[in-house]
Design a protein around this ligand. Structure first.
Ligand code: NGQ
Ligand code: ZN
Length: 455
């Protein structure tokens, strides 16, 4: 364990607003024990002029980073989410554990460079290309853990339970063979995954029944105890066809069915939740579940628009994920979340708290909702939370000369990851001058993998 350390920021975004001259005290396990504004710097290490908390990226399928941009040409028939999914299934046929580790390391390093300090990995590529478990059923989970360890990102691993190809326990398709487990196999997988996380600082585990298409509510009820007090994530109501299939199978809509059938509470994260009636939106907000929004992927896949104004007005919590990694950007995800509403409602500053800018409102909400969704102490710069610092570059053209209260708005709407200078996880610096410390090694490993799999 490292000794107690102190860090100092000229300006830091604290839970209740910007603080000046902020002194952070960090214990040996990387948690903040004290945060004091108006302090003397003393011997503390200077972080920078502008420090904001790290954010969790709550929804990721890391391997999909390797096919970003490869499904953007029109096929013979109308392209849709479902034709994209066929491309995905063909692509993932080829990936070995070494490939997945190298791709996941790239994803983690890109997330860190963007300002994300925790990864929620919704991990479902379990078995070998023939659909047989590896000798260690948690082999692939171990590779995700290795990538997190190599990059220093905090990891919440969410092993996925996937058993069916449609509502009502329909048999899986051949393209899904690498994902499939029965509840007993899944219990072994969770056990092995837990062993792979042993000794990995900043790691946590939960579970993820993939969707109401891929798991029955009876099966989900059976596997729930495996989550312990960890988070439970599920994809729900992403596509209108899923809503129609659910209605014709059970007479209820997916979110309605989920809330009626399972004990959904603040430990849960409903990924996408795009298609809800106003009643479902209110009920999901009241359940305490976090909405896991992935605006860039949802736009890329043509999912639809989440009713954020209604959800937030009902007290709903949300966080963001980069899901398919069509692009990895913290500013861009939050910006698109707001822009979707602007385009549809023809107004401005729609997801804005009174007294704060829109970018800052979205950023704060996503830090806090993200922390809840990944089940980690990453809810902002306050005592008891992890010392995850994102240092912004005040000389960046999009930030230069702005008052401190407009900095996050300027980053989110006018900037991108080039505004991020340094990133620390648990008090340890992993990004310096915008570059992950192992960037070159990680990128060359990734390039080698890509040369082998793109045919
Ligand atoms: C996934 N992605 O699990 O990667 C899914 C595709 C499915 C999104 N839903 C597979 N965006 O949903 O069946
Ligand atoms: Zn997903």
């Amino acid at each position: 364990m490292d000794p107690v350390r102190q860090f100092f920021a000229d300006n830091a975004l604290l839970p209740h607003g910007w603080g000046r001259d902020v002194l952070f005290t960090v214990d040996g396990s990387g948690l903040l024990t004290d945060v004091s504004a108006g302090a003397e710097r003393g011997a503390a290490r200077h972080l920078g002029r502008l420090v904001v908390p790290g954010m969790a990226n709550l929804h990721s399928h890391a391997f999909q980073r390797a096919m970003a941009g490869l499904a953007e040409q029109r096929g013979d028939s109308a392209d849709s989410f479902w034709t994209w999914r066929r491309t995905l299934y063909d692509f993932l046929d080829r990936l070995t554990p070494d490939d997945v580790e190298a791709i996941a390391a790239l994803v983690c390093s890109e997330m860190l460079e963007a300002g994300f300090t925790t990864l929620g990995e919704f991990h479902y590529l379990h078995h070998d290309p023939a659909g047989r478990p590896y000798d260690d059923i948690g082999e692939m989970a171990g590779r995700i853990a290795a990538a997190a360890a190599a990059t220093g990102i905090g990891l919440t691993l969410l092993p996925v339970f996937y058993a069916h190809g449609g509502f009502g326990g329909a048999p899986p398709t051949d393209g899904q063979r690498r994902f499939i487990n029965d509840p007993d196999g899944f219990a072994r997988l969770v056990e092995s995954a837990g062993q792979h996380l042993d000794g990995l600082a900043g790691a946590r585990m939960g579970i993820a029944p993939h969707s109401l298409r891929a798991a029955t509510v009876e099966e989900i009820g059976r596997i729930l105890p495996l989550a312990g007090d960890g988070p439970v994530h599920i994809h729900v109501a992403e596509q209108t066809q899923e809503v129609e299939d659910c209605l014709s199978w059970c007479g209820r809509r997916p979110v309605e069915y989920l809330l009626d059938s399972l004990p959904v509470d603040a430990r849960w994260c409903a990924i996408h939740a795009t298609h809800m009636t106003p009643a479902e939106t209110g009920a999901l907000a009241r359940s305490g579940a976090v909405a896991g929004l992935c605006p860039e992927t949802e736009a890329n896949l043509g999912d639809g628009l989440f009713d954020a104004p209604r959800f937030l007005a009902a007290g709903g919590r949300f966080g963001i994920g980069s899901d398919s990694h069509i692009h990895i950007g913290l500013a861009e995800e939050l910006r698109l979340l707001e822009y979707g509403q602007r385009l549809s409602l023809r107004g401005r500053n729609l997801l804005c708290d009174p007294g704060a800018g829109t970018g800052e409102s979205l950023f704060r909400a996503a830090v806090s909702g993200g922390a809840r969704a990944v089940g980690q102490p990453v809810d902002g710069l306050q005592a008891g939370q992890r010392a995850d610092f994102v240092v912004l570059d005040e000389s960046h053209p999009s930030l230069a000369g702005r008052p401190v209260e407009r900095m996050v708005d300027s980053w989110i709407f006018a900037g991108d990851r080039s505004c991020v200078r340094d990133v620390h996880v648990a008090g340890r610096r992993v990004v310096a001058d915008g570059r992950h410390l192992a960037r070159d090694l990680i990128r060359s490993g990734y390039a080698r993998v890509m040369a082998g799999i793109i045919r």
